[in-house]
Design a protein around this ligand. Sequence first.
Ligand SMILES: *Cc1c(COP(=O)(O)O)cnc(C)c1O
Length: 352
Amino acid sequence: MPRFRAILDTMPAYKPGKTVVSAEGRSFKLSSNESPYEPLPSVVEAIAKAATQINRYPDPGSVKLTEALAARFGVPYDHVALGGGSVAVAQQVLEAVGEPGAEVMYAWRSFEAYPTLASLAGVVSVEVPLVDETHDLDAMADAVTPETRLIFVCNPNNPTGTVNRSAELRGFLDRVPENVLVVLDEAYREYVRDVDVPDGLTFYRERPNVAVLRTFSKAYGLAGLRVGYLIGHAPVAAAVRKTLLPFAVNHLAQTAALASLDAEDELLERVESVVKERTRVRETLIAQGWTVPPTEANFVWLRLGDRTMEFADLCAESGVAVRPFAGEGARISIGDVEANDTFLAAAEAFRR
Ligand SMILES: *Cc1c(COP(=O)(O)O)cnc(C)c1O
């Protein structure tokens, strides 16, 4: 019998999200915070052209994309590190800090990947409960020990959509020792409209122990191609490059990401439409009598407790797939108008 690490027994097997279809054959995927838009023609064209070259390995250093990101954000080339999705970059960071006894801290509930990746890296997870659905930064600073290596701050937080603002974050960073890496996970940065929510790059510029994690999966609509990146000081970015699986950022992903940066204005217009829909969805839910935390991301959070799975099942009957966390609540992505209307009708039916 082959022997495996004991930690695998504590980890749930991967459950693929099921496609839900209503009796009328309608199907809306509001479960993964993806862009509801198909890729731009210019991006599809770039991918099609790049497809003729895939007998060759991709550029392992993703030089063009790294240069483009460095220019886009006004940071040195050696401060940018890529991965096959920002989940992969998070894993690379964990691989880089993880050794027996090392502690990694994050809020809970937050991004589902943190505990799994931490377990795989062999580090100790320190989970600090949310307060009012928001990171409790004071409690997190209090929980730092000499073993703390890494802290994830997911801003806006997945799955609650809530944010931590500039003054509060600065106070927190002041309390974190310089030998602890703070990764600000800004997967939803482009959807933020609250001007008091900092661009994490501001803190990265001030502090060598702060890095920012971003992705092409959400606002840029490239979830299927897998490309994300970290911006951090040279030693941090170097560690993330060393832990990159060779060729993990494939040629189509590099090409599509470059084409998306070229088409950024068009993509950000789409983000603006999603933000408008977010306001409409949240206000409609509140008018229906729901409590909905303010959200700065492309999803809303409903704390349903014991009724979470019942709610998800009712949405599924209308063809709407949401992301339920049994016993806690459901996260519902903002989709196109038709998807959102269908979801809102199901939410109203649930309240009656
Ligand atoms: C979706 C998401 C990511 C991005 O994942 P990719 O691997 O880049 O697709 C990262 N962090 C959070 C918090 C997310 O919700």
